[in-house]
Design a protein. Structure first.
Length: 99
């Protein structure tokens, strides 16, 4: 399958990521990536940045909100990696490490 076909196939499946914030509510987050080459380190890094910014950053003085934000980011990151792996997409997952 060509890189374009893989990206197109994943566009539908990765468009909604289920996230479980601290309030135990389900939240759907869209992370666009069809414009990225996920095999390249640069494309994987941009996707990682988009995933990281999918959760709204709270006021850093609100410790509960910061904790929920961290959980949200972890959930989105894990979900994105699982969805990409389940589709057999080889991508530079190092971009997600330490993101």
């Amino acid at each position: 399958m060509t890189k374009l076909a893989i990206n197109a196939a994943l566009a539908a499946s990765l468009s909604l990521l289920a996230v479980a914030p601290a309030a135990a509510q389900e939240l759907a987050v869209q992370v666009p990536y069809s414009d990225l080459d996920l095999v390249s380190p640069a494309g994987a890094k941009v996707l990682a940045q988009r995933v990281e910014s999918a959760c709204e950053r709270p006021d850093l003085r609100d410790l509960k909100a910061v904790s929920a934000w961290q959980q949200c980011k972890d959930s989105v990151r894990n979900s994105a990696m699982e969805q990409l792996n389940s589709k057999g997409v080889a991508f530079d997952s190092a971009a997600f490490i330490g993101a």
